[in-house]
Design a protein around this ligand. Structure first.
Ligand code: SDX
Length: 430
């Protein structure tokens, strides 16, 4: 992507220590905040910008996802998440993210054929699982197995060739359900199950997760739809920590399997994708509505490291549009499963009600995020909480693969190498 897709709306000028101001270009994308182009600032003025946490830093240009945190807007390639959640499948959304447009009929069937061709795991890959203890966290297994995939596809590793990039991205998208399902079945001592290509992506995923060799497995269409919706909602989210990690690794020319393994490692953190597991633990500790005021008091106490997990977001300062969709889906799945009175759901709904009326949360613009209800839904669909982030990784692989494709297609993309503000010792001698 070169400068043609930015419009110079104005210039900025920067004067350092009262020296003569130097003009800086201001770039404006198609939507969202404009950006001062500081690429030449250090070379021309010998000064850096300082932005740990990247609160005010655009690390790249991207055409994949757009978020307006103030309005609670999330769009994949321009389509509102609410419309995609209602009208599309996860396979269609993955195609949209990776290739920029929703697939036409022929394109969808060709893509589905490729996914079905690649969704098997090499038998040697399955032997990696047997090196783990049965109680290994699924994310530890997935980081390892996904990185190991780079040792299996010698046939197409010239990622300067677009066709080979698309093959690698499609392989990753296709194989993640089997990798995640195997990390679950291995942990409970159940034999691996192979994909069944007579099923759609999410139904196939459920049968690999919950099917048993001694009884036929009937996919519950309500749960398959809920799974597909969760995969759509978690698929991409601009330059979040794990996607930025994938881009960082991709900028060095690392292969896509190693890049996605790095993304999985980052997603594992409780401040990021690990939050859904942490939310359920928090709700279980609160247990009853009567304990909610104490939890809210702790979350507000600066001396207490406790935070309301599933609340707050770096970007969303009004509401996370995904949270409302998941809350409503959770309610309908609980009705379907005749579990409307799930005590944790009662606690979550009351906690949301109280927090949204609490001055602290209002002042700090803290609202439920994507993780607040997803844990309850996944638990009631039969998933152990240790699998929650693994499921997030299956979904986010569509986004990670899209960002990898976008970065690899960029002409002259430089390696990401941030500067620093040095605060260590001055020169000294032994
Ligand atoms: C995901 O980036 C993405 O897009 C991520 C994600 C994606 O799809 O990829 O959306 C997925 O990671 C969702 C977020 C899941 N994490 C959690 O639910 C963990 C709990 N949330 C917080 O840790 C926090 O809100 C973050 C990490 C999500 C955002 O942190 P920020 O933007 O760095 O905000 P901050 O830590 O600077 O907090 C601002 C203030 C602080 O108070 P002050 O220092 O200003 O007095 O708000 C407070 C914080 O103490 N605060 C909270 C809080 N979150 C922020 N107080 C209590 N409970 C919370 N959850």
């Amino acid at each position: 992507m070169d400068n043609k897709d930015q419009v110079l709306v104005t210039s900025a000028s920067l004067s350092v220590n009262a020296n003569q101001a130097k003009a800086l270009i201001v770039l404006q994308g198609t939507e969202g905040p404009s950006a001062i182009d500081v690429r030449t600032l250090y070379a021309n003025q010998g000064i850096l910008t300082y932005d740990p946490g990247f609160r005010s830093t655009a690390s790249c240009k991207s055409a994949i996802t757009y978020i307006d945190g103030a309005q609670g807007i999330l769009r994949y390639r321009g389509y509102p998440i609410e419309e995609l959640a209602k009208h599309s499948t996860f396979t269609e959304v993955a195609y949209l993210l990776m290739f920029g447009e929703l697939p036409k009929t022929g394109e969808l069937s060709a893509f589905t054929t490729s996914v079905n061709e690649y969704n098997l795991l090499h038998d040697q890959v399955l032997s990696f699982y047997r090196g783990f203890r049965r109680d290994a966290h699924p994310m530890a297994v997935m980081v390892s197995v996904v990185a190991a995939l780079s040792a299996f596809y010698q046939d197409s590793q010239d990622y300067n060739i677009p066709e080979q990039r698309v093959k690698a991205a499609t392989r990753l998208f296709a194989k993640m359900p089997a990798i995640a399902a195997a990390s679950y079945t291995y942990s409970i001592g159940r034999p691996f199950r192979y994909p069944d290509n007579s099923l759609d992506y999410s139904s196939n995923f459920l049968q690999m997760l919950f099917g048993k060799p001694n009884t036929p497995y009937a996919v519950d269409p309500v749960l398959a739809k809920a799974m597909d919706l969760l995969l759509i909602l978690h698929a991409d989210h601009e330059q979040n920590a794990s996607t930025s990690t994938v881009r960082m690794a991709a900028s060095s020319g690392a292969n896509p399997f190693a890049c996605v393994a790095a993304g999985i490692a980052t997603l594992w953190g409780p401040a990021h994708g690990g939050a859904n597991e942490a939310v359920l633990k928090m709700l279980e500790e609160i247990a009853i509505p009567e304990n909610i005021p104490q939890a809210i008091a702790r979350a507000k106490d600066k001396n207490d490291p406790f935070r309301l997990m599933g609340f707050g977001h770096r970007v969303y300062k009004s509401h996370d549009p995904r949270a409302a969709i998941i809350r409503d889906t959770t309610k309908s799945v609980l009705r379907h499963l005749k579990m409307e009175n799930d005590p944790l759901m009662m606690v979550a709904l009351e906690l949301e009600r109280l927090a949204l009326n609490d001055e602290y949360f209002i002042a700090k613009q803290l609202y439920p995020n994507v993780d607040f209800y997803s844990g309850i839904l996944l638990k009631d669909m039969g998933f152990p909480s240790r699998m929650f982030t693994a499921l997030f990784a299956v979904s986010r692989t569509a986004g990670w693969a899209s960002h990898w494709l976008e970065l690899k297609a960029e002409k002259g993309a430089a390696i990401n190498r941030p500067q620093q503000l040095y605060v260590g010792p001055n020169l000294r001698h032994l």
